[in-house]
Ligand binder design. Sequence first.
Ligand SMILES: Cc1cc2nc3c(=O)[nH]c(=O)nc-3n(C[C@H](O)[C@H](O)[C@H](O)COP(=O)(O)O)c2cc1C
Length: 200
Amino acid sequence: MIDDLPDHYTDLTRALEVATDNLAEATSIAGHPMKFMSAATHNSGGFPQTRLLTIRAFDPEQRCLSFFSDLRTPKIAQLAAQPQMQLLAYDPDVRIQLRLDGLVTVIDHPEPLRAAWERVPLASRRNYISDPAPGFRISDPTSPHPESDEGAFDNFTILEVTLVRLDWLYLHIQGNRRAEFIWRSHAPFDKPDEQHWLVP
Ligand SMILES: Cc1cc2nc3c(=O)[nH]c(=O)nc-3n(C[C@H](O)[C@H](O)[C@H](O)COP(=O)(O)O)c2cc1C
């Protein structure tokens, strides 16, 4: 039975390597369990606000996770007031939970936005053109889906989350394992400033 234990059960470096693979695969594999991450912000009343976001890219060198969003959604104003975000994902196949703290930059440079926009299919582009803006109260939910994507790019943005802490949890019948990884400097994802085992 003990032979079944993966090396990340007792090896912090392996745990982080596996987390790196989890995040990279979430960006590239359709249907990956970590593709949709729960992302938490705070509203002005102090209430946590969670929603699912689709992971678009992971850059381990920059410790950066990227998501697309609409500039007009409430989360953008919340992030302007408080740029901290917590991301949560779980893969039941490998029984690993990732809880990631990060600082969000809302990208406003046209070049990276335009480059990303070129890869957004027309059907998805229409999600950025709703009028009125997302979250507005309406009396009729059946307004027609727009035919064109004209004007949609103006509402498109990228959220870049620079990771500062990972709370890593691995579930195992012989005893769960938990670890934290902390980055304070510009170190890449594989070189945290601190790493510790935690009581699960
Ligand atoms: C599976 C799934 C994936 C989603 N992906 C995104 C996404 O990548 N970006 C985004 O802004 N909203 C995404 N949403 C919608 C958000 O969860 C949320 O409803 C919306 O962004 C409004 O959030 P806010 O009012 O908190 O700003 C997704 C929803 C689901 C159910």
